[in-house]
Ligand binder design. Structure first.
Ligand code: GAP
Length: 444
């Protein structure tokens, strides 16, 4: 079966995500809420694991990048300065007949409704994507505030405080993971374009001189992350340099991923010049320049940004991981059956090790083993159904290792470890189980 048929793979991923409690529509009992998605038990574990991987890669393993966890709502002037209030919009139009709303740049023919074929369209008009709210007791113009449209802006506002507190000198970066909100006109493709999503962004502050080298450096680092840490194949990702650059930008490239619906932007690595810092300096009337003691120079830092949506990264991980293969079955009249597998890298799998007692009589022994293993790994205890069914269930949630406790365990103090991808089974002594799993999961 060719699971890569356009639309089909996406449908399978969406169905599996709902069935296994990874991701489903928000507020489903009220008919759902377009552009908003909830991460269920396995989805939230996966999300936290991917976040932790990115944070480890970008912050914990570097001396020159520090973290921030800022508020979602910040001073409304921020968004005036960044240009979001005046310019952050899409051109849209409505079909007067079927009432569908379109982004004009996404219409194959901007004079014809892509839904019903009518030519009866409203004139194109600008639509701002910022989500508004009010702060304080009065709901008027003066009290308008915005849910942030990108997580990076507070990094610029806090630059000086962080630099002084951490005694960092240029070049250094500030990273943040957090929610962003955009009133997208056409949320679509599952979580690809949502109205509430999480961004993982890092702003790297440096002198203009040498800044292109830093841009190159981060482009390579981010590419390697996808290849080495997430295991994406060479043919699944590509670099897409921007044809048109923002007036302040020196260079911009996207890392694109081949989603089930085609190539789509996953991450941007942008040279933003001094634009952000100069805008905030002007609007706040604060001095945001940096004193370079070594060269006896004062200047506004240049910024290199790496920006990726966590939800898009997770959709890419699902696309990469989803697989169907043939597996032997004990079902009557059938030799083989389709096995659905999520081949997540072990480090980010929501369940890394499932402990399965072969019989209820072995529950106590198996539970004790799980108690021990859960100190180091994300584990699950699974007792229901025959062992074959349990393996399949674990394959579908992407568990790389199933540890089976059987009647022999009492005698040889060993368990059977079944590996998800090869389905190979190996007898491992309980005393060396941790070092065996550490090696397989973390490469230690
Ligand atoms: N600070 C730069 C910035 O926000 P962007 O290209 O608008 O740039 C960066 O967004 C990343 O955020 C994108 O590459 C994508 O991964 C993610 N993203 C943007 N809009 C999104 C949406 N509506 N839903 C999900 N992810 C989104």
């Amino acid at each position: 079966m060719d699971i890569n048929t356009e639309g089909e793979l996406m449908e399978k991923i969406v169905t599996l995500c709902k069935r296994r409690g990874f991701i489903f529509q928000s507020s489903e009992i009220y008919g759902g809420f377009n552009g908003f998605w909830d991460y269920g038990p396995y989805g939230s574990m996966l999300k936290k694991a991917v976040e932790a991987l990115w944070w480890n890669e970008m912050v914990e393993t570097r001396n020159n990048v520090v973290g921030l966890d800022s508020t979602i709502i910040c001073h409304p002037k921020t968004w005036k300065a960044s240009g979001h209030v005046d310019r952050f919009g899409d051109i849209m139009c409505d079909c007067r007949d079927c009432k569908t709303r379109f982004r004009v740049d996404q219409m194959p023919d901007p004079t014809t409704c892509s839904n019903c074929g009518s030519k009866n369209l409203t004139p194109p008009r600008e639509f701002n994507l910022m989500m508004k709210t009010y702060v304080g007791p009065v709901f008027d113009e003066e009290h308008i505030a915005y849910l942030r449209a990108e997580s990076c802006q507070p990094i610029f506002l806090d630059f000086n405080l962080i630099r002084i507190a951490t005694r960092q000198q240029l070049p250094f970066g500030i990273a943040q993971i957090g929610k962003a909100f955009r009133n997208e006109i056409t949320p679509r493709m599952f979580t690809f374009r949502s109205r509430e999503f999480t961004q993982m962004e890092m702003e790297f502050f440096c002198a203009d001189e040498g800044s292109m080298d830093w841009w190159e450096y981060w482009r390579k680092e981010r590419w390697n992350f996808y290849r080495e840490k997430l295991g994406f194949r060479e043919d699944e990702i590509r670099l897409h340099p921007h044809d048109k650059l923002a007036h302040y930008a020196k260079a911009a490239v996207d890392i694109e991923f081949q989603f089930p619906f085609g190539w789509g932007e996953l991450e941007g690595i942008h040279h933003r010049g001094t634009w952000d810092m100069s805008q905030h300096q002007q609007f706040s009337e604060q001095d945001l320049t940096y004193w370079d003691q070594q060269n006896n120079k004062r200047f506004l830092p240049t910024v290199i940004e790496t920006s990726v949506g966590l939800d898009r990264m997770i959709l890419a991980i699902f696309t990469h991981a989803y697989r169907e293969d043939k597996a032997p079955t004990q079902k009557e009249g059938m030799d083989e059956d389709v096995r659905i597998v999520l081949g997540f890298p072990a480090r980010i799998a929501p369940v890394q090790v499932a402990v399965l007692p072969l019989s209820k009589k072995l529950n106590e022994r198996a539970e004790a083993l799980q108690q021990d293993l859960r100190r180091y790994y994300r584990t699950e205890f699974d007792v229901t159904g025959n062992i074959g069914k349990r393996y399949r269930r674990q394959d579908e949630i992407g568990t790389p290792f199933c540890v089976t406790v059987d009647f022999e365990t009492e005698n040889d103090n060993a368990v059977t470890v079944r590996e998800r991808d090869s389905m190979a089974q190996e007898r491992v002594s309980v005393t060396s189980l941790k070092s065996y799993l550490d090696n397989k999961i973390f490469g230690w």
